[in-house]
Design a protein around this ligand. Sequence first.
Ligand code: NZQ
Ligand code: ZN
Length: 392
Amino acid sequence: MLGNFSYSNPTKIYFGEDSLKFLNEELPKYGKNILLVYGGGSIKTTGLYDEIIKILRDKGKDVFEDAGVMPNPTVEKLYEGCIRAKDNDINLILAVGGGSVCDYAKAVSVSAYCEEDPWEKYYLRMEGVDNKIIPVGCILTMVGTGSEMNGGSVITNYASKQKICRVFGENVFPKFSILNPVFTYTVPQYQMVAGFFDIMSHILEQYFSGEDDNTSDYIMEGLLKSLIHSSTIAIKNPTDYEARSNIMWTATWALNTLVAKGKSTDWMVHMIGQSIGGYTDATHGMTLSVISLPYYRFIMPYGLQKFKRYAINVWDVKPEGKTDEQIAEEGLDQMESYMKELGLVMSAQDLGIKENMLDGIASSSFILEGGYKAISHKEIVKILKDSMHYSQ
Ligand code: NZQ
Ligand code: ZN
């Protein structure tokens, strides 16, 4: 049964090979001062930077740049961006990059006019936004996070070993996002597959919760099947447009709030993964891949029927002559083979985690109770240990 909910999503999407031209339609809606936000330089190497600068200049915009947004953007970078946005009276923040750039743009958009420390107000105390918000538009170059159509904004504070995801309301969602699958062709393989697994994790963490029959679970099974099919093509041929476009669109739907409507969600893999991120600066998708199998094998007995359904509907496991446990385990075994085929990192050790960090990582993991089992600190340490001792 679906619970009660309201649903809307304000982000306008322009999708496809020609989508960049729609920037021309969006720009007249905003004032003259544009803050172009991007990462470590991939957009210069690919030529996208030049194309965008030309469009902005042709539209008579004054362009201010905020470059060097790092994967897992930091609170120090956020403070710097706030000064740049406010000093230049920015009318639109144009984020060109992956989830880190989009997340950072949203953080600057709410923080530039915040009269106190935005880290404390928006990330620690999770207060509502009561100051001016600068509109954000995104041009996505890396697929995974769903940041292009949601209110999520993850900022890391390495001094306090905290990586925190703030989910802002619709007024902070990007006003528009341009999704051209071709822009993602140049993403390095390691980042590409980490992004694929980020998508999978977003879906699974909303799927493995609740036992009712509801539309959201059927949508997620479809998204998972599309992702599994297309990702195995993309690892062999990264320029397969059909595969890359399907993956791009799946990523957006995996985390644009739709599939969580009317049902409970888990999110513990992300909570532990983010905590690892506060300690290691590891690639986000890989922090999820090292935790997922130990976590799901641990909670499987508490949500057995859903794990059985997952095995049959997503992995085509044949149920005849098998117990529910055998079916469910076979589903997770198939997921493990798929993860290895993608080349994901499977052990926490391979992300630089040491035994003496486990207690701290577990302590800084937020514990959410929407899944099949409310896990304890001790159980998180056990899951981390299982990941440390994972053998291929
Ligand atoms: O910085 P550049 O030079 O652009 O290189 C980037 C970066 O090194 C590179 N890249 C991106 N597009 C490229 C490219 N290289 C070549 N060609 C291209 N077309 O890829 C690297 C990783 O980029 P990044 O933006 O960090 O990756 P991702 O999209 O995975 O974003 C990760 C961040 O998003 C947060 C994560 O925690 C992490 O901080 N998340 C945001 C969420 C949200 N907003 O809802 C939810 C997610 O669960 C996630 O937590
Ligand atoms: Zn994620």
